[in-house]
Design a protein around this ligand. Structure first.
Ligand code: NAP
Length: 297
């Protein structure tokens, strides 16, 4: 069955809903004397990181949360960063700690993540939280992008039980936690999950079997209409900057999905931008308010 055009999954609208709810939860916590606080640590002057951090600051401020961004020079040593994290771990006004990646090369990101208190690891990258996700312990924090994708599927009434879910990408940030989430034994998951990567043979064979296709490869438009099962739900996590002479800046953002061809075949699809992207920050502040609630209890 060829669809006339897939329904758009509006990540901006769902993210707003999440943020509005967070603002209500923050107000409630404030009335009990708890002000949820997110501290973001930015090391160096990577321009893309500065933009991401600005978005996180704005969202947490708008939700009524406290918090700050600590900006450190690119010459910061690993020891200095670990000392700061220890200080934040012990600071009761800090409920969430986020160290913006990538870090300068003298700092090992895994060591840094290991030093964040798992109860303040609102990114969900600490091994304790990764392990909790894998064993289905809902006490932990789930990485924001996969959590946002799962919420989008729920908001748009996508049936997950028994569905074939194919994830392209196996990174620690997106692909692996995404796959772990969709295979959980709960009403928002229960999928049969396939994970594809660079060594996957015949990617198309896998993607064509997907009822839910989640692309997180970081490769512009690698998923084309002929790779999608008619009626599938397609979630595009990818954000790739490509040259575009017609754009003012000379470039523009596209996903991993070739939107024009895939929307002819899919039943539902996320656009880029305006799909998964806004959900990531919304889930970050939702995780932070949850961290504060856990402390308040
Ligand atoms: P990553 O660490 O580079 O991982 C990419 C994954 O895709 C790897 O597992 C890689 O396989 C796989 N891959 C690459 N090319 C492939 C191909 N041709 N066929 C099949 N698999 C392929 O990237 P990431 O951090 O997961 O991010 C993925 C994309 O999502 C990026 O565009 C990133 O900017 C975007 N992103 C967006 C958000 C958001 O909020 N919207 C958040 C996070 C990430 P190997 O493991 O074999 O190398």
């Amino acid at each position: 069955m060829v669809q006339e055009g897939a329904r758009l999954i509006d990540g901006s609208a769902v993210a707003k809903k999440v943020r509005d709810q967070v603002a209500i939860d923050v107000a409630e916590l404030r009335s009990r004397g708890v002000i949820p606080g997110l501290t973001v640590v930015l090391v160096g002057d990577d321009p893309a990181s500065a933009v991401y951090v600005g978005g996180k600051e704005k969202a947490s401020r708008e939700a009524g949360m406290a918090g700050e961004t600590i900006r450190l020079p690119s010459t910061t040593t690993q020891g200095e960063l670990l000392a700061l994290i220890q200080q934040l771990n012990h600071d009761e006004s800090v409920h969430g700690i986020l160290v913006q990646m990538p870090l300068p090369k003298q700092i090992d990101p895994d060591t840094v993540i290991d030093h964040i208190d798992p109860a303040k690891d609102v990114d969900g990258f600490h091994p304790v939280n990764v392990g909790k996700l894998l064993i289905g312990d809902t006490d932990g924090f789930v990485p924001c992008t996969p959590a946002g994708v799962q919420l989008l599927l729920g908001e748009y009434g996508v049936r997950t039980k028994g569905a074939n879910c194919v994830v392209i990408g196996r990174s620690t940030i997106v692909g692996k936690p995404m796959a772990a989430l969709m295979m959980q034994d709960n009403e928002n998951a229960n999928c049969t999950v396939t994970v594809c990567h660079r060594h996957t043979e015949n990617l198309r064979e896998h993607t064509c079997a997907a009822d839910i296709l989640i692309a997180a490869a970081g490769r512009a438009r690698i998923v084309t209409g002929d790779m999608v099962k008619p009626g599938a739900v397609v979630i595009d996590v990818g954000t790739n900057r490509i040259d575009d002479a017609t754009a003012k800046s000379g470039s523009r953002l596209v996903g991993d999905v070739d939107f024009d061809s895939v929307r002819q075949v899919a039943s539902k699809i996320t656009p880029v931008p305006g799909g998964v992207g806004p959900m990531t920050i919304a889930m970050l502040i939702a995780n932070t308010v949850r961290a504060a609630e856990m402390v308040a209890k």
